[in-house]
Design a protein around this ligand. Structure first.
Ligand code: HEC
Length: 307
């Protein structure tokens, strides 16, 4: 939880996690429970993910020996182990910690119980060693890295990896060509979000947190005779027609940074065609036209239900 909270605080949506010793446990647990936040894992040392359900059950003293330096006597498992295997633990300690001390069975088993307990307690305190773990989160932040030319006004570049972001919704836009070139406009559109945006959508968080990015991918509608013939053969008489995302038109981004873009509702806007940013005139229109969405943080698109 702390690792995730730290990443959230630093606006790091995804990272390569590296951990050593207890840190590798933390890194492994994050990788298992939040796979979407972990793009890679470097894990050094053992006892990775624990079987919590059975973690309290003591093993024979000899096996516990291998791990009890870390925490054994500070836990319920250590208490249970001491109750269940007291004499074996005592024997192990007497043998390993005092190799030159020749004790006899009677001495071990009872004549000097108090002394034994004191010794065990002393050794136990001495061996409780806390290993400080380090988890290094290397920034591989989708919102932090971007390439190519920056769009005018807002300076937003194309964020790396946006094509792999998760789906918010799809849209269809039809009408006359925006460029005024005549002809019919038929576009299919997909809205995708980076991890922070998707999380905000799913949890209903408004305004979107800094670091959220929403991408709008626009394509010309395409259609395939082969697809339609297959549909007609399967469902005769229904005149089914299928269309799909054909040639790419452009991609637009809204990038949340409440300080940097305080004058435009906290959003930076950017439009790219073939990787090249659109004109300044085009970018002047973005925020004013998004005003009607003010109540929803200037975002029009709603999260599509999961079918
Ligand atoms: C004419 C008004 C208008 C202009 C100008 C405009 N938008 Fe939008 N934008 C919309 C509407 C309406 C939607 C939702 C419908 C859709 O996506 O087709 C939308 C959707 C979006 C989305 C998806 C998130 C959302 O709000 O639903 C992004 C990202 C986006 N626009 C970015 C931009 C950028 C960048 C510019 C400027 C280059 C821009 N928009 C200019 C009206 C506009």
């Amino acid at each position: 939880m702390d690792v995730i909270a730290l990443m959230d605080a630093l606006n790091i949506p995804t990272a390569v996690l590296a951990g050593y010793d207890w840190g590798s446990r933390a890194a492994c647990v994050v990788a298992a429970l939040w796979p979407e936040r972990c793009t890679g894992l470097v894990s050094v040392n053992d006892y990775l993910i624990q079987d919590i359900a059975h973690a309290g059950t003591p093993l024979p003293a000899k096996l516990e020996w291998g791990i009890w330096t870390q925490f054994y006597f500070a836990t319920e498992r250590g208490r249970a182990g001491l109750a269940a295997n007291r004499s074996n633990i005592a024997r192990l300690l007497w043998t390993n910690e005092n190799p030159t001390w020749h004790f006899d069975e009677a001495g071990l088993m009872g004549s000097n119980k108090e002394g034994i307990m004191r010794r065990i307690a002393l050794v136990a305190v001495a061996v409780i060693v806390t290993t400080f773990a380090s988890v290094a989160a290397y920034m591989q932040s989708a919102s932090g890295q971007s390439t190519g030319d920056a769009a005018p006004i807002y300076g937003v570049k194309i964020p790396d990896g946006y094509r792999d972001w998760r789906l918010i919704s799809v849209k269809r836009l039809t009408g006359k060509q925006l460029t005024g070139a005549g002809g019919e406009l038929k576009q299919l559109r997909a809205e995708l979000g980076n991890d922070l945006a998707i999380k905000a959508y799913r949890e209903g968080t408004l305004p979107f947190p800094d670091g959220s990015i929403i991408a709008a991918l626009h394509w010309n509608e395409g259609s395939s005779d082969a697809d339609n013939q297959a549909l007609a053969a399967g469902f005769p008489g229904l005149d089914l027609e299928s269309t799909f995302a054909g040639s790419a038109v452009n991609v637009q981004f809204m990038v949340k940074d409440s300080k940097k873009y305080a004058d435009s509702g906290g959003w930076g806007f950017a439009d790219f065609t073939n990787g090249k940013p659109g004109s300044e005139a085009l970018h002047e229109k973005c925020f004013p036209c998004h005003q009607p969405g003010k109540d929803r943080d200037y975002v029009f698109t709603r999260y599509a239900p999961t079918p």
